[in-house]
Design a protein around this ligand. Sequence first.
Ligand code: IDP
Ligand code: MG
Length: 138
Amino acid sequence: MPQQTYIMCKPDAVRRGLVGEIISRFERKGLSIVRAELRTIDRDTASRHYAEHEGKGFFEDLLAFITSGPSMLMVIEGPDDAGDDVFAICRTLMGSTNPATAAPGTIRGDYGTLVTENLVHGSDSTESSAREIAIFFG
Ligand code: IDP
Ligand code: MG
């Protein structure tokens, strides 16, 4: 069975009308969308999702932003043979966390400027993808 990963177009991407553009990039790369839902995340769910960042200076800003409007929540699969590489494949397409230094050609590098409003989330491991898919689609 292909490895699944949790990908989310954040509220800035929805507000700016970039969901189609972002999804196209994952599709053209050879990945498949297997679940999708437009949903405004509540504060409790956002806190669980970002639990690893609790206590950091940007945590409150991150929660306020991520709950500020609808996000496009998705489960994406790689091809069978890609296995755990699906996380690197997606995160390479996304670009590094801060759009200020994300490479051109990546989603964050092409469309972002601010580290909070960086358009897209992607799981970084099998453990985080299982946890995140359970939080949002469990
Ligand atoms: P990632 O989204 O690339 O995996 P993480 O380090 O897991 O990056 O951080 C989660 C989210 O928290 C980032 O996507 C970004 O929106 C926000 N964030 C991370 N570091 C900072 C920071 O130093 N200042 C403000 N926001 C940050
Ligand atoms: Mg992360």
